[in-house]
Each structure stands twice: as C-alpha cells, then as structure tokens.
Ligand binder design. Structure first.
Ligand code: ATP
Length: 393
C-alpha cells in the first residue's frame, strides 16, 4: 500500500463546525454486513484523536472513509469547511501513514521526505526537508536507505514524509503495530511530541488501549461499528458508560447489586457485602432507584487489601467485602491479587509494593475496602463480560 499525496491545507482557519473532521451519518455496508453503523463524529481541530476498538469493530473503515479510500454507504465527510465526500483521496487535505511504512526502498531518507514536495514541482526543498528531518530527529541519517534504519526510525521517516505536505489532518492506521513493545512505547511519546510541535490534527487507529491513553487527548471507543463512548482518556477510564468500555479500557470489577435506598448523594446497595455498600448517584451511568439492579464497578487499583486478622483496622465509611486470595502475582511495581468473595468471584486487586504483607498469599482470608466515591454504576441489563475477550460472541 502506498502513501497518498496530498493537496496542501489552507491555513488553519476556524471552521463552521469547529472540527478538523466532521462525519455526519457516515456508514459502511458490504452486502448485508454493516461494518460501520451510521455515526456522527466531530474531531476537534489540533487534537490527537484515537479511534480505539477490538479487531473488526470498524475503526480502519472509518479512517479509510475520511481518507477517501473507502466510499461511504451513507453520510458526509467534511475536512475543515470542505465537503470532501465526493473527492478522491489525492484531492483531500489529508495524508495517511500505514503500519508498513511504504517507504521508497531505492531513495535515501532525504529523498523519501522530499518526495511530496518534488511531486508538486517544488524545486527548493532543502529547508523544508531539513526542518522535517530535525523534527523527527533523523537529520544525521539523511543519506541512509530505508533498509539501513530500524523499524522505529523508518516509521519516523514515514511520518516526516506525510507531514511535509502540511496536511490538515494526518491519519495513522496502526502505525506502531509492527514494532516491539519497548520501541512502541518510545514511539508513542515521539508521535505525541511531534503532534504537539506541529499542531496538526492526528487521527490514530489502534486496538491498544494503553497506546490510545498515552497519546490521545480524545478517544472514541468503537464496538461493533458504533462509537460506545467519546471523551478524554481519564474521563473514559473513571466514568465508563457501558460494560464494554469499563472492561476494554483497563480492567474493572463489576459486581451485581440491588439499590436499596439513598443516603445524601449516595445510592445504597444491598445483596453484596456484610453491610450495605454505597455509590455516588452521580456516578451511575443510568438513573437507578430503589429495587433496580445495577452493576457496581470498582477499578482494581482503588481497592485496599488487608489480612482478615486486621479487619478491625479498616476505617468506618469504607465499602468492604470479605474474600479469600486465590492468586497473587508479583510484577515489581505492584502485586496483582485475585480474590474470590461470596458476592463476586475473581475480584482483581492491584496493590503497590510499598510495604508488603507476607501473609497476603493464596489461601489467606482478606478484607477488601475502598472509598465509596470511587465506585461507578452501570446498567445491569448489559453483558457483564463485554469487552473482556470472554464476552459471548
Ligand atoms: P482491525 O484492527 O483488525 O483492522 P478494524 O476495527 O479496523 O479491525 P475494519 O478493518 O474497519 O476493522 O473492518 C470492519 C469489518 O468490516 C470487519 O468485520 C471486516 O472483515 C469487514 N470488512 C472490511 N473490509 C471489507 C471489505 N472490503 N468487504 C467486506 N467486508 C469488509
């Protein structure tokens, strides 16, 4: 697959919609299979935007419709204030960087980066190419051929080659997928730095939730051709609106409970724990009143774990559950426990390794406790395993 050439963007004027990309009612159907359900999406100007989801959820198809590489079944694509729906790829002010770099093997790095300018008939390319190579910190390798570079360096050349065209939007389709984990982490920070420096809107497709959270300022979580939730990484993490988002973005403990009443701004939950548990009503994704079933969600790192012998030390006002450790994995920075509780099997608890209690080993009876304010609530009618990889297909 090759990179597109690009119509250079006009200076970034504010657009009518305020979005660098505005999708309205966009969908894609092949035969009787719908890969992307009709969706509306505004990608803010200057943002680092991630389309995140499991394989096959429709994120690449959405990106390709923005690029003009796939014709939408319905809807419109605006890039800035330009209606691009009917425009071929090379007439759109976008560039795409693919996973396989698609560099020209016979050209050196300098000429690879200069390519887009030369193709547009620009003669004096030196200043721009040097600036671009400096941006991706490869000036010293300008005369090497692509095969003489590492994977991460080649990917940076691909980014430089795309950015030199000054696209209004840079589309990145799993660009780090071929790199090993350590290099991926480095490149995530590199790409973020480059985006901040150039200020161009980046739209990044990935199935890696950590990657999306590291780089993006806004994430759209996609599932089965729909956007499940859109927001800043921390908002999505702290306030997921569905079991899919709660499980796909990080890890969540989801505990079935019944609302038994209210206390101040809290919902009281029965059916779990020795006493009742509390959860802020404002953190419940769907309105719930007495008698309603809900899923109480709590992230593993928000839970404290103590040996049952120390139960009396748990402060009042905490949500608490008893259980037994069935697994403990020491992973350096933390220990990850799996705890079976009579009210919920296989609760995950991540405990920072500050002062380790040697009694906290498989078989130990323990008390788990957490601040009620850290509990979030989800509609219990959903599949509790959605997004875990163990969901019903
Ligand atoms: P991945 O991370 O694996 O690339 P994705 O979320 O990007 O997944 P898409 O490539 O957008 O997913 O594909 C969405 C769905 O559409 C998949 O089920 C895929 O098999 C299907 N699909 C993609 N292209 C075509 C095509 N040309 N004809 C028929 N079905 C297609």
């Amino acid at each position: 697959m090759t990179q597109q050439t690009t119509a250079p963007a006009e200076p970034t004027a504010a657009t009518a919609s305020g979005g660098a990309v505005t999708l309205t009612g966009i969908s894609k159907t092949w035969g009787d299979f719908t890969a992307v359900q009709p969706l509306d999406l505004t990608i803010p100007e200057g943002s680092f935007f991630a389309l995140l989801g499991a394989s096959g959820c429709g994120k690449t198809t959405t990106l390709r419709m923005i690029a003009g590489l796939e014709e939408p079944t319905s809807g419109t694509v605006r890039i800035g204030d330009l209606d691009a729906t009917q425009l071929p790829p090379h007439k759109r002010p976008v560039n795409t960087v693919f996973q396989n770099y698609a560099l020209f093997p016979h050209l050196d790095i300098y000429e690879n980066v200069a390519f887009g300018l030369r193709r547009r008939g620009i003669k004096s390319v030196k200043k721009q190419v040097e600036e671009m190579l400096e941006l991706v910190e490869l000036g010293h390798l300008a005369r090497r051929k692509p095969h003489q570079l590492s994977g991460g360096q080649q990917q940076r050349v691909a980014v430089a080659r795309a950015l030199i065209n000054r696209p209004k939007v840079l589309l990145l389709d799993e660009p780090l997928g071929a790199l090993d984990l350590k290099l991926r982490r480095q490149m995530q920070l590199e790409l973020k730095r480059i985006q901040t420096e150039v200020g161009i809107t980046f739209v990044h497709v990935t199935h890696d939730q950590e990657e999306a959270m590291t780089m993006a300022d806004t994430i759209a979580v996609m599932n089965a051709g729909r956007i499940e939730q859109l927001g800043a990484p921390a908002d999505l993490y702290e306030n997921p609106v569905s079991t899919f988002v709660a499980n796909f973005l990080g890890q969540s403990n989801l505990i079935e409970a019944t609302v038994s009443g209210t206390s101040g701004g809290d919902l009281l939950l029965s059916g779990i724990g020795e006493g009742s548990l509390a959860m802020p009503a404002a953190r419940c994704a769907a309105p719930a009143t007495s008698g309603d079933k809900v899923l109480a969600g709590i992230r593993p790192e928000k839970i404290s774990i103590v040996h049952a012998d120390d139960a009396a030390e748990v402060p009042d006002g905490r949500n608490r559950l008893t259980g037994r450790i069935v697994d403990a994995s020491f992973i350096g920075v933390s220990t990850q426990y799996v705890v079976n509780s009579p009210w919920c099997p296989e609760l995950a608890v991540f405990s920072q390794n500050v002062e380790r209690d040697s009694r906290l080993a498989p078989g130990a009876e323990v008390v788990l406790h957490w601040n009620p304010a850290h509990t979030f609530g989800l509609d219990a009618a959903q599949d509790i395993d959605a997004g875990t990889g163990e969901a019903a297909a």
